[in-house]
Write a protein of this length. Structure first.
Length: 472
């Protein structure tokens, strides 16, 4: 390819709002073109990567979430039009801008008929490229905002059923809308109770996977020895008690999404197998000899600091970077105070309907108490507290909210009566059942059967709640 003369000028363009959420790939076999395009794109705020061939670009599409592609039409080998077809097949939502020489505009027209968004001819100026990329960013922003608007209209709340209108949530909705139309792994980070599974469901059901399986797995509630067979399944005779073949969660999710909640709890040996699944897109059932091809989008979540976990040797660095392609951070409730009232009223309406209560509302005092509380347990804690008050209130007006002292603001309301938290009540109930069952967890007459929950869930709750019991 002949060297293109690019007119340059000294300028520092303002960054495009939202461009820092957009990943741009430059595919060109000429180094000078790649460097100039990258300089302009980065100055506008795009996250950029470069490829010197079509094959190099294909490999990048497998490991990165790409929103925009600057594609040279005169590539060695199969050429730009074939590369365009391959990229559209691999990443149908990406915006592709083709770069062509002055004498081959006809090729650019053909490229646009084949799905390219626009084209630019060599030689081009940095200003011309800047304006084109601004137009591309505006196009993507409009697509995202329309998607968010449609979801808001459907949910009448926020996005994908999520309640929240605070500025922090608007930013989160934009990221979710982008993730929903990506096939790359997503890592959701946030404190306990912030709604990580709700975000995962919103990603799945707002995108092209909505009609495919969504399989949630609570890794924190699984006994370590059972995680492998739960995720990958097993064949008959694989171990004592394996009386028949069992399909694992990854196979159940084939074609759709698997949600690995609390992925930081997965043991090191299972992390190795999970890494292979992400790399090779295939699994082996426990005790099986053959591999099974799968096509599954992985969404993971954790409330742990995975950087610290890696530093301490408890989480694999290579696995982290496999799942960290699309990170999403959910802000805690204390950082989105504007959403406390709409969330509280949403739960109030929900539980009033569930428990067949008449119209019920909060007093100004109750709303002030809710707003002054720091919510260490986040949305889950708010939900539990509203549920408790709907159950215990006999009035149409909730005038006082009983809140734990530990989470109050520095200037608390008048002290509320000492009321047991949901966790304290749950702990007491489980302890009583264990005493009745003489400590037996599983099997006929066991505590899990009495509580009507899986034994693995009960074991997790015993550990989480710090339950210790004595029995004869």
């Amino acid at each position: 390819m002949s060297t293109a003369v690019i007119t340059t000028s000294t300028f520092i363009p303002p960054q495009i709002e939202g461009a820092n959420f957009l990943n741009l790939m430059i595919v060109d076999d000429e180094r000078s073109i790649r460097e100039v395009c990258r300089e302009v794109a980065q100055s506008l705020g795009f996250n950029t990567c470069v490829a010197d061939s079509a094959e190099h670009g294909y490999r990048m599409l497998e490991s990165q979430s790409i929103d925009v592609v600057l594609l040279d039409l005169k590539l060695p080998g199969a050429g730009g039009l074939e590369a365009l077809r391959q990229i559209r097949e691999r990443r149908p939502d990406a915006v592709i801008v083709v770069v062509t020489g002055y004498g081959t505009v006809q090729s650019a027209v053909q490229a646009m008929k084949n799905g390219a968004y626009d084209y630019v001819t060599k030689p081009f100026s940095m200003e011309e490229l800047r304006l084109l990329l601004e137009r591309v960013a505006g196009h993507l922003k409009l697509k995202t905002e329309n998607r968010i608007l449609r979801e808001k209209v459907k949910s009448k709340q926020g996005f994908g059923g999520i309640v929240g209108r605070a500025p922090e949530m608007e930013k989160l909705y934009r990221i979710i809308a982008k993730a929903a139309h990506s096939t790359h792994p997503v890592l959701i980070l946030g404190e306990s109770g912030t709604g990580k599974e709700m975000v995962a469901r919103s990603i799945h059901f707002s995108g092209p996977f909505r009609d495919k399986p969504f399989i949630p797995v609570d890794c924190g509630s699984l006994v370590p020895t059972l995680i492998e067979s739960e995720l990958f399944g097993y064949v008959k005779g694989a171990f004592t008690g394996a009386m028949d073949r069992r399909i694992g969660k990854f196979e159940l999710a084939n074609g759709g999404t698997i949600f690995l909640d609390e992925i930081g709890e997965i043991p090191a040996d299972i992390q190795v197998r999970l890494l292979r699944v992400l790399q090779e897109k295939e699994i082996e059932r426990v005790g099986g000899a053959s591999t099974i091809r799968i096509d599954v989008r992985v969404i993971a979540a954790t409330n742990r600091d995975l950087y610290k976990e890696m530093a301490d040797g408890r989480f694999r660095i290579d696995l982290f970077y496999r799942i960290h392609v699309f990170p999403i951070h959910i802000p805690p409730l204390r950082e989105r105070k504007d959403d406390i009232r709409p969330l509280a009223e949403h739960f109030l309406h929900h539980f009033a309907e569930k428990f067949h209560r008449n119209t019920i509302s909060f007093s100004t005092k109750a709303l002030r108490q809710l707003n002054n509380y720091s919510w260490p347990g986040n949305i889950r804690e708010l939900e539990h507290i509203i549920e408790r008050h709907v159950l215990s209130s006999h009035s149409e007006l909730i005038d006082n909210i009983d809140l734990p002292d530990a989470g109050r603001s520095s200037k608390p309301e008048k002290a509320a009566p000492n009321v047991k938290t949901i966790e304290e009540m749950e702990k007491a109930h489980i302890l009583e059942v264990l005493r009745k069952c003489h400590g037996k967890i599983s099997g006929a007459g066991g505590a899990a059967e009495m509580l009507q929950i899986p034994p693995t869930t009960l074991t997790y709750k015993i550990k989480k709640l710090g339950i210790v019991w004595q029995y004869s």
